[in-house]
Design a protein around this ligand. Sequence first.
Ligand SMILES: Cc1cc2nc3c(=O)[nH]c(=O)nc-3n(C[C@H](O)[C@H](O)[C@H](O)COP(=O)(O)OP(=O)(O)OC[C@H]3O[C@@H](n4cnc5c(N)ncnc54)[C@H](O)[C@@H]3O)c2cc1C
Ligand SMILES: NC(=O)c1ccc[n+]([C@@H]2O[C@H](COP(=O)([O-])OP(=O)(O)OC[C@H]3O[C@@H](n4cnc5c(N)ncnc54)[C@H](O)[C@@H]3O)[C@@H](O)[C@H]2O)c1
Length: 467
Amino acid sequence: MTRIVIIGGGPAGYEAALVAAQHGADVTVIDADGIGGACVLFDCVPSKTYIASTGVRTDMRRAAALGIELDPANVGISVPRIHSRVKSLAQAQSSDIRARLQREGVRLLNGTGQLMDTGKGLAAHKVQATLASGEELVLDADFVLIATGASPRILPSARPDGERILTWRQIYDLDELPEHLIVVGSGVTGVEFVNAYTEMGVEVSLLTSRDRVLPSEDADAAMVLEESLAERGVNFIKHARADSVKRTDDGVLVHLSDGRTVTGSHALMTVGSIPNTESLGLDGVGIEVDPGSYIRVDRVSRTSIPGIYAAGDCTGLLPLASVAAMQGRIAMYHALGEGVNPIKLKTVASAIFTRPEIATVGVAQTAIDEGQVPARTVMLPLNTNPRAKMMGLRRGFVKIFCRPATGVVIGGVVVAPVASELILPIAMAVQNHLTVTDLASTFSVYPSLSGSINEAARQLMRHDDLD
Ligand SMILES: Cc1cc2nc3c(=O)[nH]c(=O)nc-3n(C[C@H](O)[C@H](O)[C@H](O)COP(=O)(O)OP(=O)(O)OC[C@H]3O[C@@H](n4cnc5c(N)ncnc54)[C@H](O)[C@@H]3O)c2cc1C
Ligand SMILES: NC(=O)c1ccc[n+]([C@@H]2O[C@H](COP(=O)([O-])OP(=O)(O)OC[C@H]3O[C@@H](n4cnc5c(N)ncnc54)[C@H](O)[C@@H]3O)[C@@H](O)[C@H]2O)c1
């Protein structure tokens, strides 16, 4: 029986374990924090659960425009209940995954794993598991998967204390909402929390190191979100790099690199993550890492050492739960000799859970604008959509990108309240090489926001007719 040891029990690790167990392998998962990993326990699942609560406030804020009188200032918010819901839902999901793995016969060890090969290039591998109980085991493996994820990046001059200076993993321990939250870092994590806290009525200042939020995302989408946040009172402090964050008697003081200072009651550090690759014994085995200590892998998740694979955030390929899971599955299919398609990042759909949400798939607008990818594009504002009018939506759009000659859909962006759901038809088109004619001729419900996807495709199709 093929022996597989997986270090890390997040989406990369547990999805890999399920595949390997279903293919008859002898599978052990060693995990330090809990099955489900940081994804389920600290990052993705808690933040989206928290955002589900803040979304109720979004609906309340918008109610008056639809004729429902509500005073958000007089609506009670039970912070302890919201936080306890976040934590218990995360724990419940972790337990569900644990039970599923156990049902499939996967052996679960609570502790840390480390590679222990006695030389380089061996046919089989050894992994030491240091269990929470203190016990140490050495496991023999035909294949090892490293799936250890990442942790919040800590600036030495802005050390989180869990009270006033916080990582996103610590906010659910607060008893009350901050009065004035300074969010340091305007990537996806930063803006999701800026949006969430603003909806809860918290005064929020956002430090952005460039001239706009979400520097790596679609510029039109980022602009819509920025306008929406500004309208709700978010204070943007641009071209601002935090040098240090210190506690004061009643809050925090942020020193910027250009000499400016910002004061608030709390600071939330969202300045990125670093891979958990330090104490894995990579050097001893000869596994190559990239600058930034990410494990270097190919498109079937192989590291530079035969028989050792890596998947998920520790590889830095694209830090999404869906990508981590796919990398993990691919690793196991490859190790077990199954047919496998290398991972294709151009078909990955992702979303930013703000209001409005931003969802993207495929080629980015920048690649088209810079001439790297020939494409025809359309951007259709949502305010022409009948359902959007009924819902009182003022912002948002659908973008579709297609190949100039064939009309094959190669990417798209949706900015809408439920963009995370609306992106699927475009993602299916990109994945399956469908054309704008295919998209345009698919029935959508009338009235629906997805009707704008048909209409955008129709506009690109009309262009085809004129060619
Ligand atoms: C705030 C936030 C929100 C996010 N929201 C989304 C989202 O909405 N959608 C999305 O797709 N992605 C989201 N992500 C990204 C997603 O959480 C990650 O891409 C995902 O967690 C990566 O999974 P993973 O399996 O690589 O690692 P992780 O989920 O980090 O799990 C790794 C596990 O390995 C364990 N481990 C580490 N070292 C060792 C060791 N030596 N021995 C044993 N175990 C070890 C850790 O304890 C952990 O349990 C979000 C990220 C953040 C920060
Ligand atoms: N909804 C989702 O799917 C979701 C949510 C959160 C995170 N993620 C994943 O995690 C990845 C990482 O996102 P992230 O936002 O955590 O990290 P990030 O690295 O993308 O963004 C961190 C930001 O902080 C800024 N920064 C760094 N140091 C700073 C300083 N001293 N002062 C001010 N700004 C500073 C950086 O310039 C950067 O813009 C995303 O690309 C995404 O793949 C996904």
